[in-house]
Write a protein that binds this ligand. Structure first.
Ligand code: ADP
Ligand code: MG
Ligand code: MG
Length: 893
């Protein structure tokens, strides 16, 4: 047999690059061991062993022997045997997958203790209380995690023991109390698990290993993986680590630390320490921890050693690390490290600090931040200096800072917001009926549901602030009130503030301040100025790195000069999408009505020539704002009924007027037109290029307005660079007809104004047929702009306006997709059409300019995809431009 797969690695054998095999925890324990840091000896069972177990329902045959061999070696090193009666070796069994994952099995400490060895431990340590405390912890943890006993039962028994003695903390229980508790815990195990707590130490260990393997497939772990798109077949490793004890008295303890502040990035002493404690006590909040700095006065030698180790780790990992450590009678032990999580602001600061320290280069600095973090830094936020009263905390579901009056139903939300009130819609959870209320509200707060709940998904889609799953807040929609844990009651109409970036909920109106990062992008704050904070300086530097390396250009979707100027300040290199329909609204709507109602060519031409100068003026302003940069103007796209009154309202108006016998001629004609234009599926109906082909003169008027505006700018010594874009093309024939007309108009304007406008004409690729025939379409198009919103809609057959509120939450919860395909491009489906259209288009026309102008243009993951398929630019809303610039840089670095 040539099978030589190794299933167990000693800590001395692994390293940090083996995360696939040893999991994150195991790989880093090995790395620290090999750095010469004090790690309690141990070994790691690989993810491969877990995979075999999950596939076959049994451990691989070799595993038992390999574990035995490594256990023997460990016993040799430690000079004692697992569970040995007079001097037991104890170990912890710890899960550890490649990615840390909720739902995986909790660690079991003190494995090896039994009725036989507890006395030996007491004798060896000279501390009877300690021994019994360790034993009761083992039964508790083992019972809960391995034998599935309800953890509450142990907690209650512990509370009762404390109450009986009239004490409040567990350290006040003495050996006798703990002995009784052990007896009671064993009874609980027997009653609930139907078996005795295992006394054989090896059986304890083997059962714990098995249950770590099995925890890979708990429902919670599976759901988490689907949502985070973590492959389901990675498996988890299991770490067996010899125990060290922080609960051996005041010269012992346990703590957590960061090598620098995860909130600000500053170097210093950050962490918590708890004397005479074990394992999770420090984070469980059962006793008060002390700031890590105080360890210096408690145990100077260990403190100094810890500082030294932290520096070693930071230099070695070249990043912020977080660590878990334990001190056993003055001896320091390292139990875990990993590159630590940090806030968005700290990510930017740390990246530039590390560049300054010479630990990483600029390309690496770009990988240490991301667009989602930048976006978070751009939201307005609550004033940090404001006095606040926090009511509770939920999940930060959609960022932003929102203030408003509490309302508990959608009807009130709509009613109050119509009368000018700002409201926060508070529900237990939302459902599709709440949609109008959510639109009306400043922000949404729910007490149930997670990041994929209806409220979270819809709020993110709308860009609205949302905190969901604030479980400590009791929402009573019937009585229209919410009760906070402290007993504070919020009635309908009371002011509340919610922070969608932290999940915090406050009483009253917390003042909101603009983000300094936006002030910087707007040019109202200079990175070099004295008062610019470190964050702005860091963002400034990172953006410069990104701009230096990126290949993708970034344009803005903007319809007017004001948006265009803002986009320019944010770094836009042109406009990728100017929607002309916005130029047909307001008082111009009447002119559009006239155009639609026109019966004769004369009437139509009159209507069009009234619109022409207005459109031209808009374009002149836009080209001036974007002087020297390309501006892609899309000809009219939406169905015409959008410019007409609502069919129901108009019918009622006409019916009422008729009953009064004073029906207005125009209304009657309008109603006729509305009926005529009414479509079952307007998004698949008369719109886009189809309008240009059906309504004589419409596109010609728009092209003329663009050409005349460009000529005017040119003659004023400007540098207009207009590009004309035809929407919703499905076949090259449509484009050819429109182009012929457009080319004639442009030639006419050029001749009349004595200019050479160099206008280009291209098309959107937003229908599957256009993508599939891109090679043909490129013959008539000088550029393509992928309209990925409509393309997603038509490829999936999803109505963008309806699905988010109806079945998307179910899809997300079932893990059918991890994120809405309208948010992040669906690479396999829509993306593959984009990829093949790029290839076919360039094959026909090598200098074809390629861009994207859907919402995806500002989505981090999608930007990477567009870089990879070789587009020339992405276009997004002005506010997303910095994010797109950063991600384009990260994609290229
Ligand atoms: P998690 O992934 O939840 O942090 P860990 O495996 O790190 O789980 O362990 C939980 C707690 O137990 C941590 O505080 C850890 O430091 C502590 N711990 C784990 N193994 C040992 C050990 N061998 N000796 C002492 N404490 C340990
Ligand atoms: Mg840990
Ligand atoms: Mg479209």
């Amino acid at each position: 047999l040539q099978h030589t797969q190794k299933f167990v690695y000693d800590f001395t054998e692994g390293n940090r690059d083996l995360k696939d095999l040893l999991g994150g925890k195991g790989a880093n324990l090995a790395e620290m061991t090999n750095l010469g840091l004090p790690v309690p000896p141990g070994f790691t069972i690989t993810t491969e062993a877990c995979k075999v177990y999950l596939e076959s329902g049994d451990e691989p045959a070799e595993l038992r022997d390999e574990v035995s061999a490594h256990l023997d070696a460990l016993q040799q090193t430690m000079g004692k045997k697992l569970g040995q009666a007079d001097d037991p070796l104890l170990v912890s069994v710890r899960s550890g997958a490649k990615f840390s994952m909720p739902g995986m099995m909790d660690t079991v400490l003190n494995i090896g203790l039994s009725d036989a060895s507890v006395a030996g431990l007491a004798q060896q340590s000279g501390d009877e209380r300690f021994a019994w405390d360790s034993y009761r912890r083992l039964i508790q943890m083992f019972g809960k995690t391995v034998l599935d006993v309800d953890g509450e039962l142990f907690e209650e028994a512990l509370d009762d023991a404390k109450a009986a003695k009239k004490v409040t903390v567990d350290t006040d229980l003495d050996a006798g109390d703990l002995k009784k508790l052990v007896k009671q815990f064993k009874k609980i195990v027997k009653a609930e698990a139907g078996r005795d707590f295992p006394q054989d130490p090896r059986e304890q260990m083997d059962l714990a290993i098995r249950s770590v393997f099995e925890s890979w497939n708990t429902d919670r772990a599976k759901l988490y993986r689907r949502q985070e798109r973590i492959p389901g077949d990675l498996g988890t490793a299991v770490n067996i680590c010899s125990m060290v004890f922080g609960n051996l008295g005041p010269d012992s303890g346990t703590g957590v630390a960061f090598t620098r502040d995860p909130a600000s990035g500053h170097q210093g002493v950050y962490g918590d320490y708890l004397q005479n404690a074990q394992g999770e006590d420090v984070v469980a909040g059962i006793r008060n921890t002390v700031p890590l700095a105080e360890l210096e006065s408690i145990d100077k030698a260990s403190y100094d050693q810890l500082m030294q180790i932290m520096e070693t780790l930071e230099t070695h990992y070249k990043d912020l690390c977080d660590i878990e450590f334990t001190i056993e009678r003055g001896q320091l032990w390292m139990l875990q490290t990993r590159v630590g999580k940090r806030t968005a602001g700290a990510a930017f600061r740390i990246a530039t600090q590390l560049v300054d320290q010479g630990l990483i280069d600029e390309a690496e600095a770009l990988q240490r931040v991301n667009g989602a973090q930048l976006a978070q830094l751009m939201f307005p936020r609550f004033d940090e200096d404001a006095k606040v009263e926090q009511l509770g905390r939920g999940i930060a579901a959609s960022p932003g800072a929102a203030v408003g009056k509490a309302v508990f139903d959608s009807y009130t939300a709509i009613k109050w917001s119509r009368s000018g009130e700002k409201v926060i819609l508070i529900r237990r959870e939302t459902n599709p009926d709440d949609l109008d209320g959510m639109i009306a509200a400043e922000g949404i707060l729910t007490s149930r549901g997670g990041k994929t709940s209806h409220a979270a998904v819809v709020a993110r889609g709308m860009g609205k602030t949302c905190v969901c799953g604030a479980e400590d807040l009791e929402v009573d929609t019937k009585r229209r009130r919410m009760t906070a844990p402290g007993g504070v009651v919020i009635e309908e109409g009371d002011l509340v503030s919610i922070d969608g970036s932290t999940g915090k909920v406050y009483l009253g109106e917390v003042p909101v301040v603009p983000s300094p990062v936006v002030e910087y992008f707007e040019g109202r704050m200079h990175a070099g100025a004295d008062d610019a904070d470190e964050l702005v300086q860091a963002v400034h530097r990172i953006m410069a790195y990104a701009d230096r390396v990126r290949r993708l250009r970034v344009r803005a979707n903007a319809d007017n000069a004001e948006d265009a100027l803002r986009a320019r300040r944010f770094g836009a290199q042109g406009i990728g999408l100017c929607r002309t329909e916005h130029m047909f609204l307001g008082e111009r709507r009447e002119m559009v009505e006239r155009l639609i109602l026109a019966d004769t060519d004369d009437e139509r031409e009159t209507a069009l020539s009234a619109l022409l100068p207005l459109q031209k003026k808009d374009f002149v302003e836009l080209f001036e704002a974007m002087d020297g940069l390309p501006v892609t103007v899309r000809l009219l796209d939406p169905p015409l009924h959008e410019f007409l009154p609502d069919i129901t309202e108009l019918s009622v108006r006409v019916a009422l007027a008729e009953s009064r016998k004073d029906a207005n001629e125009n209304d009657l004609r309008l109603l006729q037109a509305v009926h005529k234009l009414h479509e079952q599926n307007p998004m698949l109906g008369l719109r886009g290029v189809r309008l240009g082909l059906v309504i004589p003169g419409l596109f010609a008027m728009q092209v003329r307005a663009i050409a005349e505006a460009a000529a005017e700018r040119k003659n004023a010594k400007g540098d207009p660079r207009a590009e004309i874009m035809i929407p919703l093309v499905g076949t090259v024939q449509e484009l050819e007809i429109v182009r012929e007309e457009a080319d004639a108009v442009i030639a006419e304007v050029e001749a009349a104004t004595g200019t050479d406008l160099k206008l280009t004409i291209g098309t959107m690729i937003e229908l599957p047929r256009a993508a599939l025939t891109a090679g043909q379409i490129a013959e008539a198009a000088q550029f393509f702009s992928f309209g990925t919103n409509d393309l997603t809609q038509t490829v999936w057959g999803f109505s963008r306006d309806d699905v988010e509120a109806s079945f998307f939450t179910a899809y997300l919860e079932k893990g059918i997709f991890g994120v809405s395909p309208f948010e992040t491009i669906d690479k396999d489906g829509v993306g593959s059409l984009v990829r093949s259209a790029v290839e076919a288009g360039r094959a026909t026309r090598p200098d074809l300019k390629l861009g994207v102008c859907g919402e995806h243009g500002g989505d981090p993951e999608s930007v990477h995809f567009f870089h990879e398929v070789g587009l020339d630019y992405v276009s997004c809303s002005p506010f997303r431009i910095p994010v797109a610039r950063l991600e384009a840089g990260r994609a290229a670095a």
